[in-house]
Design a binder for this molecule. Structure first.
Ligand code: HEM
Length: 506
């Protein structure tokens, strides 16, 4: 081995050590959160040898609800109590409103220029305001009611076709995913890429291909985000994969933008119910082209697809799995629907406010199986304290919502599925946080609740459901960006006799 090689190897090995020494020097004399013993260079990464939320729950039971770990050279603090969550998102809310910079943020978030990844500042505020106004305001949500109802009807029609006489085994995941992707895509670009009636089959197939890759890559963790040396050598070719995926997504989203741009040339006004997210962004681009660039639009299209689709669909799938294991809950929900709606029509979105038990089922599902078990990472923009412990600027802060939702000190009979616990509960406080809290909490929660509520209510109202065998559905978490069920859900489905005449007409 020549001297140059030796120099580079020692340099790469020493660098994480230098980072560590620098970090430890900065932390000297501070009151740091408890932490398990660590290993040089990798820190505590070796401890995360299963589902992170489960491993961390176990560690917190030993080291406390505010626990410090080190993932390679990156300090990480885990929060596992409602009182610490409250402190994070009230007293420290602004300080914690930053996101850590990860490699995926460079490529899939166009250098952190999306609402989900941007640091707390003007760009984030502008994007958040635009989304609130153009996608999530009551008026905008109302204007898209028809889209959601059409998509849910299309799901129901599909199931009706497959199971109108006898109990038939149906696969649920792909159907529910199609529903939530179509709804979000209609809001973004007035297009649908799943199910029947697709206009451009080739574009739809390209979309599904891009989306599969996006979820696969963004669901995988990148060791290079924690051990800089691995980033430099592009360990496991992660950066190359991201670069390739970025190009693919970029081409796809550019085409969506260009199609809307062309359409807009022929029309004179931005008014109307079918104004999409891309329309709204292009209209802003006309007045500030250097700020609202195509790259900003493309990044945010991808963010909405990542944040707003699987989150709702995995929750509907978990809810259906729970209902199959709890027929008494299913029956009670059906009675609520029948009592309120009767036999002559299908449930509509406007009915949801009068169907509180359906919302209780959704809440209880989100409690036991939050789609983002560790929420989304935060990063303090300056040194702060949480629970009396010092947390340095640049530390990654993660909240273990999954563990808080299952904590027996916080919830009675915490592991049981009991939707009625949410009845008459005015405010769940900081112990129920499936959508996060504070400034960066999920802006899509009302949309998600409408989609999940209408889909679930329609599935319950129109069909009888049974498990495929006597055995309970296994409620095991799988891997992914959101927390899916291990195996795609299958169920036995049959049209309810009293609904047959209505379903025949849709
Ligand atoms: C069951 C459904 C959903 C769940 C459980 C969920 C959960 C979350 C969570 C935990 C966060 C991070 C909060 C934090 O930083 O602490 C988040 C952020 C976000 N969600 Fe959702 N979400 C859902 C549906 C949606 C939908 C339907 C959309 C939009 C179409 C959406 C868009 C976003 C965006 C843009 C952010 C980033 C906000 C920011 O950083 O400022 N989500 N969501």
């Amino acid at each position: 081995m020549d001297e140059t090689h030796l120099f580079f190897i020692s340099f790469f090995c020493l660098l994480p050590l230098i980072y560590l020494v620098k970090f430890l020097t900065h932390q000297k004399g501070k009151n740091l959160p408890p932490s398990p013993p660590s290993i040089p260079i990798i820190g505590h990464l070796h401890l995360i040898n299963g589902h992170a939320h489960r491993v961390l729950q176990h560690l917190s039971s030993k080291y406390g609800p505010i626990m410090a770990l080190r993932f390679g050279s990156r300090p990480v603090v885990f929060i596992t109590s409602p009182s610490a969550v409250e402190e994070c998102f009230t007293k420290n809310d602004i300080v914690l409103a930053n996101r850590p910079l990860l490699l995926s943020g460079e490529y899939l978030d166009y250098n952190q220029s999306t609402v989900g990844a941007a640091p707390y500042g003007q760009l984030w505020r502008d994007l958040r305001r635009i989304m609130t106004l153009e996608l999530f305001s009551t008026a905008r949500l109302k204007s898209y009611t028809g889209v959601r109802e059409d998509e849910v009807r299309s799901l129901i029609k599909n199931l009706y076709r497959d199971s109108f006489q006898n109990f038939t085994k149906v696969e649920m995941r792909s159907r529910i995913q199609g529903l939530s992707f179509n709804i979000v895509m209609k809001m973004i670009a007035d297009k649908r890429f799943y199910g029947s009636g697709i206009e451009d089959l080739e574009e739809a197939s390209r979309f599904r291909d891009v989306i599969r890759d996006v979820f696969e890559v963004s669901g995988a963790s990148n060791p290079g985000d924690f051990i800089p040396f691995l980033k430099w050598i592009d360990f496991q070719g992660f950066e190359k994969r991201l670069m390739k995926l970025h190009k693919k997504c970029d081409r796809f989203s550019q085409k969506l933008i260009d199609d809307i741009r062309t359409k807009r040339c022929g029309s004179s006004s931005d008014e109307g119910n079918d104004m999409t997210f891309i329309d709204a962004m292009l209209s802003l681009q006309e007045s500030e082209p250097a700020y609202y660039t195509d790259d900003i639009i493309k990044g945010n299209i991808l963010t909405l697809l990542q944040a707003g689709t699987d989150t709702s669909s995995v929750t509907i799938e978990w809810a259906m799995a729970l209902l199959l294991n709890h027929p008494e809950v299913l029956e009670r929900a059906r009675t609520e629907l029948d009592n309120y709606i009767g036999q002559e029509r299908m449930v509509e979105e406007a009915d949801l406010t009068n169907l509180p038990y359906i919302q209780c089922i959704i809440n209880e599902t989100l409690r036991l199986f939050p789609a983002g078990p560790l929420l989304v990472p935060h990063e303090p923009s300056q040194d702060c304290t949480i629970g009396g412990f010092d947390v340095a600027r640049g530390t990654m802060v993660l909240v273990n919502a999954w563990a808080i939702h299952r904590d027996p000190i916080v919830w009675d009979d915490s592991l049981s599925f009991k939707p009625e616990r949410f009845e008459n509960m005015a405010n769940e406080g900081y112990r129920f946080i499936p959508f996060g809290m504070g400034r960066r909490q999920c802006p899509g929660s009302s949309l998600a609740n409408r989609v999940m509520g209408l889909a679930l209510a329609s599935l319950i109202q129109c069909f009888e459901w049974e498990r495929v065998s006597n055995e309970l559905v296994r409620l095991l978490e799988g891997k992914g960006l959101t927390m899916p069920i291990d195996e795609p859900l299958e169920a036995m489905c049959r049209v309810r006799q009293r609904m047959g005449h209505i379903l025949k007409e849709i």
